[in-house]
Design a protein around this ligand. Structure first.
Ligand code: FRU
Length: 499
């Protein structure tokens, strides 16, 4: 154990952040209200928790570069999930099991027990046998300074699981017992492995809780588990499933056998930039889910992580969503209600009809919200197109195909960087209306439809001249029962920058 090395590496990383802040302070593409690190590279949300009256976000973090590298855990706190204060790094590589340039402290979760905050993460290092991943523990009493458990690693990969594919522990409690699920790979099969413990340090393997024999890819990254209504949910980010990157399964976990039985499955988001979501229960009993708004190089549409590295940063989180269970066992993912507190210039119109073009004024057109309710009974057009972040030459196009009941988000002409069209079904059959909610920020567009069950999140690195949003209809009439638009204020602040 080297407590001194942990502190030294945290100190070093903090210094790096201070050094880079002046560069980032002049950045043009920074998000306004979506969570980002102060600088450098960020990926998965980790250890999300409501602890001692505050929201805590931890995150996969490389402060030294705008690309992935030795993983630290960044840390920030908030009262409303929109305004954030950065705290010192919670974890840095420092031990034989997590100190590696190509490894580090990988993703994991947090839990509070008897007033203490426990973090579970995957230590990754390269050994003579190749990369080895094992589950590790750290804790804190003040929620700021963490120490690693001297008995780490607490769990090694079971014999049948590949040592370099055993990661991302999610911990929860049920009755008097703690449970943990980790993702694992066994040949071409993915396994969600269930463990239990009475004291958070000693863990016993229970069973393979959920598996994929190919139908859900070959590896589950960042499995998440939670209870909702009378049911349970397991979510994961599958590797090797093409365009499907975030899947949920509603069912029931039998705590005796350790087996999860599924009754409904669905997609959390169909967009190009929504990965590794994690959820937590907040002080108001809400199930909140947060994801990394980016993609990995093994995904079909991947080009690079975006042009923001020129500005000294890379990556943000999608807007936190509240998860709700529907009567048919599907899940809804609704942007947190706190967003209302940053809305300005709110406009609502009822019974609007158009057969050509309709301008939607959402704040400055760059950071805002647009909510539409289409009257499907009175609408005669076969499709509705929304040109988002438009400047006459460039735009992201949201297409609602009312005949084939499909939704597309096309970013081929959206910026100088991205391409590709995301596509999914629409749940309009037998319905009289179609609801669409769009969140625009400096570098992202999130589209929620069909009661927040069909969602598409994409990064779009549009410049500031792209500040118009409009509806276009060409082959009939569209009736909107209502159109709501507003601007959304900036909440993300770098803190002190000494130039
Ligand atoms: C998912 C992931 C995790 C891993 C982490 C490493 O995005 O690959 O499985 O723990 O990122 O940064």
């Amino acid at each position: 154990m080297s407590k001194a090395l942990l502190l030294e590496n945290i100190e070093k990383a903090q210094q790096e952040i201070q050094n880079k802040k002046p560069l980032v302070s002049s950045a043009k593409m920074r998000q306004r209200y979506h969570f980002m690190a102060e600088e450098g590279w960020i990926n998965d949300p980790n250890g999300l928790i409501f602890f001692k009256g505050k929201y805590h976000f931890f995150y996969q973090y490389n402060p030294y570069d705008t690309y992935w590298g030795a993983m630290h855990w960044g840390h920030a706190v908030s009262n409303d999930l929109l305004h954030w204060d950065y705290l010192p790094m919670a974890l840095a590589p420092s031990e034989t099991y997590d100190n590696d340039e190509q490894g580090g402290c990988f993703s994991g979760s947090a839990i509070e027990w008897k007033g203490r905050l426990y973090l579970f993460y995957t230590g990754t290092t390269k050994t003579q046998e190749g990369f080895v991943q094992s589950q590790c523990l750290a804790w804190s009493d003040d929620g700021i300074n963490f120490e690693k458990y001297e008995g780490n690693p607490i769990i090694h990969a079971p014999s049948w699981i590949e040592k370099d594919n055993f990661r991302d522990p999610k911990v929860w409690s049920n009755g008097n017992m703690f449970y943990m699920v980790c993702g694992g790979k066994k040949g071409n099969f993915a396994e969600a492995l269930l463990y239990r413990s009475t004291n958070l340090t000693d863990w016993e393997f229970v069973n393979v809780m959920f598996e994929s024999r190919g139908e859900y890819g070959y590896m589950f990254e960042c499995p998440d588990f939670f209870h909702i209504g009378d049911l349970d949910v397991i979510t994961f980010s599958p590797m090797g499933l093409g365009e499907r990157t975030v899947i949920y399964n509603v069912g029931k976990l039998n705590y005796e056998t350790g087996k999860f039985r599924q009754i409904h499955t669905g997609e959390i988001d169909w967009g190009f930039d929504y990965y590794a979501p994690q959820s937590f229960l907040d002080g108001q009993g809400r199930r909140i889910m947060v994801a990394w708004s980016n993609a990995w190089d093994w995904m079909p549409w991947w080009k690079d992580w975006g042009p923001t590295h020129r500005e000294g940063w890379c990556g943000s989180f999608n807007i936190p969503r509240e998860v709700k269970l529907m009567p048919d066992y599907s899940l809804q993912f609704m942007p947190i209600s706190e967003l209302a507190s940053i809305q300005y210039d709110k406009k609502i119109q009822y019974d609007v009809e158009t057969k050509d073009e309709l301008i939607l004024e959402a704040g400055d057109g760059i950071s805002g919200e647009i909510k539409l309710v289409v009257d499907l009974e009175r609408t005669t057009a076969s499709k509705i197109e929304l040109f988002l972040r438009d400047n006459g030459k460039r735009a992201a196009i949201l297409k609602l195909d009312l005949i084939n009941e499909e939704i597309y988000l096309d970013r081929n002409q959206a910026d100088d960087w991205n391409g590709g069209v995301t596509r999914s079904f629409l749940l309009t059959e037998g319905k009289t209306e179609l609801d669409i909610d769009i969140l625009l920020d400096q570098s992202s567009i999130e589209v929620f439809s069909c009661q927040y069950q069909v969602n598409h999140s994409c990064n779009v690195f549009a410049d500031d001249s792209q500040n118009r949003n409009l509806v276009r209809v060409s082959d009939g009439k569209v009736y909107f029962k209502s159109i709501f638009t507003c601007g959304l204020h900036k909440t993300m602040d770098l803190g002190e920058v000494s130039l």
